[in-house]
Design a protein around this ligand. Structure first.
Ligand SMILES: [Zn+2]
Length: 189
């Protein structure tokens, strides 16, 4: 291959990964913690026009029966019973559009598309969150203690946060897809 042909091939490969979201584009594009702060401050830019986002300071408390009525059985099992969905089952694993991920229990925005990355685990994964939306607790269910996190507004369980995520945060927020709803920025589901 000529030098020119090689360059063209590389350009085409870059374009392909940009178009399909494969390769480098699936990893965080944020270089440092200043970039993370900017991402956290500007999250509303990815919110669909007209979406009425509740705030973590307006708690949603329902009885067990009310939750059962409000949620599909899978979502109930995760959010209210700390269950874990089977890896690779969530359509949100492949969601690459711009938008905001909200709690499936109470509609509180918790992540944006700009905070998502491909962890290869089979669960939607994020390297940071919208600030102040989760509380954490230590979980001793397995041999090693893990850090469980749940929605500040409705108390719903979402997943576990690990310290093997990509730089600069090093965080991997491993979320059950069924605990999230995706709101595309275009407003069209
Ligand atoms: Zn919630």
């Amino acid at each position: 291959m000529t030098r020119r042909g090689l360059l063209q091939g590389m350009l085409a490969a870059g374009l392909w990964s940009a178009l399909t979201g494969r390769g480098g584009a699936a990893q965080p594009q944020v270089k440092d913690m200043k970039g993370i702060e900017a991402l956290q401050k500007s999250w509303k830019a990815l919110l669909a026009d007209g979406y009425k986002a509740p705030s973590p300071g307006e708690p949603l408390k329902l009885s067990k029966d009310e939750w059962k009525k409000r949620l599909a059985p899978m979502a109930y099992g995760v959010l209210r019973d700390e269950g874990t969905e089977r890896a690779g089952t969530s359509p949100l694993n492949d969601e690459k559009r711009e938008g905001v991920y909200v709690c499936a229990g109470c509609d509180l925005p918790v992540f944006t598309s700009a905070m998502k990355y491909e962890s290869g685990t089979g669960w939607p994964s994020f390297f940071t969150t919208i600030p102040g939306v989760f509380d954490t607790k230590k979980d001793y269910g397995l041999f090693l203690p893990r850090t469980e996190y749940h929605c500040k507004r409705c108390g719903g369980h979402h997943g576990h946060v690990f310290d093997d995520g990509p730089p600069p945060t090093g965080q991997r927020w491993c979320n059950n897809g069924v605990a999230l709803k995706f709101i595309p920025k275009t407003g069209k589901a």
